[in-house]
Ligand binder design. Sequence first.
Ligand SMILES: *Cc1c(COP(=O)(O)O)cnc(C)c1O
Length: 456
Amino acid sequence: MKTIFEPFRIKVVEPIRITRQDEREKLIRSVHYNLFGLHSDDVMIDLLTDSGTSAMSAEQWAAIHRGDESYAGSPSFYRFERAVKELMPFEHVIPTHQGRAAEAILFALTAGQGRIVPSNTHFDTTRGNVEATGATALDLVIAEGRDPTSTHPFKGNIDLDRLERLLAEKGDQVPLVMLTVTNNAGGGQPVSLENIRGAATVAHAYKKPLFIDGCRFAENAWFIKQREPGQGERSVQEIVREMFGAADGMTMSAKKDAFANIGGWLALNDDALAAAARRRLILTEGFPTYGGLAGRDLEAIAQGLKEIVDENYLRYRAATNAYLGTRLQKMGVPIVVPVGGHAVFVDARAFLPQIPPLAYPGQALAVALYVQGGIRACEIGTVMFGRAADGEERPAAMDLVRLAMPRRVYTQSHADYLLDVFEEIVAQKDTLRGYRIRSEPPALRHFTAEFEPLSS
Ligand SMILES: *Cc1c(COP(=O)(O)O)cnc(C)c1O
């Protein structure tokens, strides 16, 4: 099909300010070529992230008006709890203001000095919260998950042999096993149902709980339905229930697969751990029936969870990324395959071979996308990861540019516009030059570093 059927009509619009190229050249220079420095109304298509950027539905906005702001026992909490349990059958559901707050509570209670928390790949806030307790965050994704050209259908899978070996050798240091679905830091690649069941079996053999970082659970379930033998006839809801039924708990950012602009939760079965988590929640977030959220946010999440498992939505979601990915490849733009659930990753190092990694090919492409078309993407490469803890600068494993897709926000015409901009960039790609960093902060430099174009 050439045409993606967007399964919604547009009822409220947000105008996009149209900018000219000469204006954008000035704007990007004024923020020292760092796209995080731009005001978002100077961006025409913002693909910086899919987090918290979803368009809410009419039903979600209606639900917001139903939000009950009682301090304790709000009906909005019970609607939220019911919506979560409908998909994720855990005993205890504890709302937090976003995903990282759930992680902070979980790891403050379970990790700590000398402990090891394995995952397929920890997302950066998960890693940060594990490491903040003094523990080690260990990534055990399968080898195919680290190869941008491998077309393995479930590149997010955890390596069960390595997990088993870790538990056999150092089990007493491991408080729990984590699985991120989809594997965000690994390119939004899915985890198979078989691998989730396998991870649960291995973890349980060593009496360890399995926790799922469920941020993109619906996209993951859609890939299971499409790609896993024997799953094609099942509903996404059924698959989701089985994914979480195998686990003992989860953390969630409702800013991803719940169509909410804020929110998250920690859910689990262990009564004692849940009681400790609620005590901590009261200190850092709020009373257990609202966590860090307003009643209206709980309502938006509850409704969003009903909509996210709609298969027509998920088909459109996957089709949009596949459409962009296939056409970029046809144009000769190298991308990470298969295309993930929430983003298309361009391999900028392969696309711009004249720019060495330490001259930041990803940054060069991201700046070109902005100047050429007002598109904001995110460098995920040497700018983000190149400065090691020892102060040395080295090329990252890959130099990628992530085009993250906000949910239900852009249409196929916007995708076509993006492709037009890429076509223009392809035509002049040999003229693109690298950058040098003229100032950077001591950590997380990509957010605030200042760049300067290299003259040759
Ligand atoms: C976004 C995200 C988080 C953190 O959630 P926030 O709501 O941003 O705090 C954790 N894990 C994964 C996989 C994520 O994508």
